[in-house]
Design a protein around this ligand. Structure first.
Ligand SMILES: Cc1ncc(COP(=O)(O)O)c(C=O)c1O
Length: 352
């Protein structure tokens, strides 16, 4: 999902930015961790901080190995390229980032066909859909190789029993399973399940450090030793081999140590935001969909742009997706910011 930069506004402006959790800025302590990081050439396997981050996340996810990437898109794409060759197919929900928001990279660079399944209102897909999507051994069809899941999906935590059943169905049909866990720690904090429990049904997981965890850059792909060995080649092909990148991995390590449990504050703030906004006549918020750090606001026809402009004049940035504007809570918007947002939205509607 895109969060377009606003004309004339710089990221250093003191805006309260609700467009995404990717807008978080590294804290002073995180910057200090960067400055102190031991580094080496990671393409030569010489960067101790990258190694420490990869080992830590592999262990947390209960996987054999891990690999640091610049972005979630690159990590997902490297995984796709490992599992699928030209003429192969991956199956995914049609609202999943890997299908909808990664510029068709698997098709563009890998000759891999996507097979999107309609995603339901909880962000899930069903066992029946997956079973029905797997292609027979028929020269008319691409070869189904991979099921891609996502957790969380638009802030919604996926039911763990469903993940298990989907994975079982895929595997019994000879497919591997990759999880886009860009916000998997939001799911872990919400459910109380460990990262290892959440990842147990899948073969690989891509985890973003640059969303709610607050690091400026970085994603980590976790999987078997063999997958990660091949992913390293794919990362090189994609131009993603980086050198003294421990300065960035240090942010990830800092985030894992300091910024996981506080995600519950973001979740509480999202509920407060959703509840506050839903009191405004004419505004629609689906409160039951507020499970982690996202709130979807429908301000009513004709109000999207005007509300966005009004809030920007008052120091608040939001997207203008239609019909529902996605609002995301994160470590740079505290409770006071939430209350200010609600008040300014009330003021906007009162002035109409
Ligand atoms: C669910 C999900 N997966 C993957 C990504 C890709 O991450 P990146 O922006 O680091 O490429 C995003 C980015 O917003 C995302 O929301």
């Amino acid at each position: 999902m895109t969060g377009k930069a606003r004309k004339g506004k710089q990221s250093t402006d003191p805006f309260l930015d609700f467009r995404s959790d990717t807008v978080t800025l590294p804290s002073t302590e995180m910057r200090a961790a960067m400055a102190e990081a031991a580094v080496g050439d990671d393409v030569y396997d010489d960067d101790p901080t990258v190694k420490a981050l990869e080992e830590k996340l592999a262990k947390l996810a209960g996987m054999e190995a891990a690999l640091f990437f610049s972005t979630g898109t690159q990590s997902n794409l490297a995984a796709l390229l490992c599992y699928c060759g030209r003429g192969d197919e991956y199956i995914a929900g049609d609202e999943y980032h890997i299908f909808r928001d990664e510029a068709g990279g698997a098709a563009v660079l890998g000759g891999i066909s996507p097979f999107p399944l309609p995603t339901n209102e909880t962000g899930g897909i069903t066992v029946g859909q997956v079973a029905g999507a797997v292609k027979p051994d028929d020269p008319h069809c691409p070869i189904s190789k991979l099921l891609c899941l996502e957790n969380t999906v638009s802030g919604r935590v996926q039911d763990q029993d469903l993940i298990k059943s989907l994975s079982k169905t895929a595997k019994s049909n000879g497919l591997s399973v990759h999880l886009d866990g860009a916000r998997i720690f939001n799911a872990a904090v919400k459910t109380g399940l460990s990262l290892e429990e959440l990842c147990e049904p899948v073969d690989s997981v891509s985890i973003c450090l640059s969303k709610g965890l607050g690091a400026p850059v970085g994603s980590v792909l976790c999987g078997s030793k063999d997958l990660i060995r091949r992913a390293k080649r794919m990362r090189k092909i994609l131009g993603g081999g980086m050198r003294q990148v421990g300065v960035l991995a240090a942010c990830g390590l800092y985030a894992l140590e300091h910024n996981i449990s506080r995600l519950s504050d973001d979740h509480d703030n999202a509920v407060r935001l959703g509840e506050g906004l839903s009191e405004i006549p004419g505004v629609a918020v689906n409160l039951s969909a507020v499970e982690t750090n996202m709130v979807f606001l429908n301000p009513g026809e004709g109000h999207h742009e005007a509300l966005s402009e009004y809030l920007a004049e008052n120091g608040i940035l939001i997207g203008i997706q239609i019909p529902e504007i996605r609002l995301v809570t994160h470590l740079n918007v505290n409770r006071e910011a939430i209350d200010y947002f609600i008040q300014k939205t009330k003021d906007y509607f009162a002035s109409r």
